[in-house]
Design a protein around this ligand. Structure first.
Ligand SMILES: *[C@@H]1O[C@H](CO)[C@@H](O)[C@H](O)[C@H]1NC(C)=O
Ligand SMILES: *[C@@H]1O[C@H](CO)[C@@H](O)[C@H](O)[C@H]1NC(C)=O
Length: 620
């Protein structure tokens, strides 16, 4: 009896270690599957529940449970759950009275990273109004475009963005848009102060009836993505998607005790959905930062006892580039959530700042598929899980980089990539993983849909990203397809930049792309252009166009003058070769120019300048 027991126990242990040897990620896989199933069940409950239980309802429940828990730390001040709730009621009442807002009216938020972002949004949610999150770096034409594609009739701006609003004010007034500034007074005709009305409003709770018709498929937010072509697009984010994104903190093991450091902009999904809304879902505390600062990063973490940080590849690199200090490992950060970190930077980060779990994730705001790195394998964005794949069917298909389109077989169907081969990620569009598309842009929405992928008549979401799945089922991010590149943590849509360049009077056509610079994440903007007949390159006019219309990160730092632009068979501009050739004047015969931020114009790119960039004497 005893002997049998020992043998059985021995066998059990043996088989377990046997399993661990051959399936080393079994434990982590199961933990992940279990969490996912639990959260999937919760989402299902919300889907079926009547009345619909939104993130706002969850926030209000949190307020009831722990009104005096700190919700936000910001620049030395703190705001409890209760305070944020009352403040949001005041905002809702002020807007209701002043602008007559009602359920379904979209409001554009043009706000800096401040606590008012949070209560203004919650206030809008109390009225059942979707919010459009405008990027505070955009100006003029881009700003107007983003504003108009969400269909908002009201815009609320931070006082520090007043100049940007004034610049587009004539057009806004023509369209009958109501413009509010979060300040006590405003002397500009056509811009109304809002803060005075907010402070006078009552902080009593608002009736649920105001948002009685909101359901899980209603639009909660518009979040802008610099997609593959043209100006930014407003991705429609439904309440279902808000819930799903908010679960990411839970998937990463974040609890209500954690202190979450948000140093990314709130107008992107990372800061807003994963950070802020995720913290509402967990009921924990946020430390909000106006702007990422590498020099203040660890001091902030120590001061506020931060336990979870967010990153993007670029901020990770800035942290590693900052001067070494003795107390670098003295902090409580245990988890880092983000995307785009390179393996080498990650190892350096661990060496310097201690044992922090990195949860690298892959997802697009508008996409219908995402991955998360839940194992301890360096360099991967996730892992193929049968359960995940069953609920959210996706695949990688063979992709022709030169033609920039999927490879198709004789029957016109796409071909799945082999294990270990790079392919284009496509996610099947189903009830459970819908692709809602972009507001007011049928054409762009259609462009992201891919038909006849594995069967005639099927429909997939084209992520525009190249990934690889290895023989161990790990998923690796490889590259973005053609038309977008990343610089300083922002996506740059090449055709948007191209449109602006061709507004310079000397430029006929522009082909915009990103080039790699040693020691920097992402790619910096470069453009190959052709000139109009009998025109020379006009440095100062081009500089003026670029600076007036493009945010700093999108401005092409290098310009290459070509006699003609090379096109593909389908009249797309060829970029691959240009990207490879880069910007070294010693190797390129075409005239090259460099955007000189000190001289405030374009200057010929000499070998001296090239050398100074390589030695990092010129900051990019
Ligand atoms: C951080 O933790 C320490 C020790 O637990 C505590 O004394 C301090 O008040 C905390 N700081 C904040 C901002 O909560
Ligand atoms: C995935 O997570 C592990 C452990 O937290 C980490 O060591 C690894 O670097 C991560 N991978 C990436 C690409 O960040």
């Amino acid at each position: 009896m005893y002997i049998w027991f020992t043998v059985l126990a021995g066998l059990a242990i043996l088989s377990f270690s046997f399993l661990r040897t051959f399936f080393p990620y079994l434990g982590e896989d199961w933990a992940y599957i279990l969490t996912s199933v639990k959260l999937g069940y919760r989402l299902l409950k919300y889907k079926k529940g009547k009345p619909f239980y939104s993130v706002l309802d969850h926030f209000l429940d949190a307020v009831k449970r722990h009104p005096s828990r700190i919700f936000v730390h910001f620049e030395g001040r703190q705001y409890t759950y209760g305070e944020v709730d009352r403040q949001s009621s005041k905002v809702a009442r002020a807007l209701q009275a002043a602008a007559g807002l009602k359920e379904g009216d979209t409001v554009a938020l043009f706000l800096a990273n401040e606590p008012s972002y949070i209560w203004t949004w919650l206030g809008l949610a109390k009225l059942g109004c979707p919010a459009a999150l405008l990027n505070f770096n955009i100006r003029s034409k881009s700003l107007l475009h983003c504003f108009s594609c969400c269909g908002a009739k009201v815009i609320i701006a931070s006082p520090e963005l007043q100049d940007a609003v004034e610049e587009v004010l004539p057009t806004l007034r023509e369209q009958g848009i109501t413009v509010y500034l979060l300040s006590e007074t405003c002397s500009i005709q056509g811009i109304h102060a809002l803060s005075d009305k907010i402070s006078q409003a009552s902080d009593q709770p608002l009736s649920r009836d105001l948002r009685a018709n909101i359901n899980i498929r209603s639009t909660a937010l518009y979040i802008y993505t610099s997609g593959t072509t043209g100006l930014p697009k407003a991705a429609v984010v439904t309440h279902e998607r808000v819930w799903a994104a908010s679960f990411l903190q839970a998937v990463c093991g974040i609890t209500s005790e954690d202190i979450f450091y948000i140093n990314l902009p709130l107008y992107h999904s990372a800061g807003f959905l994963i950070g802020m809304v995720g913290s509402i879902e967990r009921g924990n505390t946020i430390v909000l930062k106006r702007k990422f600062s590498a020099s203040q990063f660890w001091d902030d973490c120590r001061k506020y006892n931060v336990t979870v940080m967010q990153y993007i590849g670029e901020t990770m690199r800035y942290l590693c580039n900052s001067p070494k200090k003795d107390n670098e490992k003295n902090h409580k950060v245990r988890v880092a959530i983000g995307n785009g970190v390179r393996t080498d930077i990650w190892s350096e980060f661990l060496n310097r700042f201690g044992d922090i779990q990195v949860r690298e994730l892959y997802a697009a705001t508008e996409g219908n598929i995402g991955f998360i790195n839940y194992t301890s394998k360096v360099g991967v964005v996730g892992r193929v899980s049968l359960v995940h794949r069953y609920f959210f069917p996706y695949t990688l298909i063979k992709f022709d980089i030169e033609k920039e389109e999927p490879v198709r077989n004789a029957e016109g169907l796409c071909i799945e990539a082999e294990r270990g081969e790079t392919g284009l990620l496509v996610g099947k569009i189903t009830q459970r993983s819908p692709f809602v598309g972009y507001a007011g842009n049928k054409q762009q929405t259609e462009k992201k849909r891919l038909r006849d992928v594995l069967k005639k008549g099927d429909l997939y979401f084209n992520s525009g990203d190249l990934l690889l799945i290895d023989h161990m089922s790990f998923v690796y991010f490889q590259d973005r397809v053609g038309d977008t590149f990343r610089w300083k943590g922002e996506n740059v849509a090449t055709s948007e930049v191209g449109d602006i360049l061709t507004m310079a009077h000397c430029i006929l056509e522009a082909n915009v792309y990103g080039v790699k610079v040693e020691g920097h994440e992402g790619r910096i903007g470069m453009a190959a252009v052709t000139l109009k007949e009998e025109e020379d390159f006009d440095c100062s006019d081009t500089y003026k166009q670029v600076v007036n219309y493009l945010p700093v990160y999108a401005r092409p730092r290098f310009i290459r003058i070509q006699p003609c632009l090379e096109m593909t068979g389908t009249f797309k501009m060829k970029k691959v070769k240009l990207v490879e050739e880069g910007f070294n004047p010693a190797h390129i015969k075409d005239p090259l120019y460099f955007l000189d931020t000190e001289k405030k114009t374009y200057v010929p790119l000499t070998e001296d300048i090239y050398g100074a960039i390589a030695r990092r004497e010129i900051k990019l």
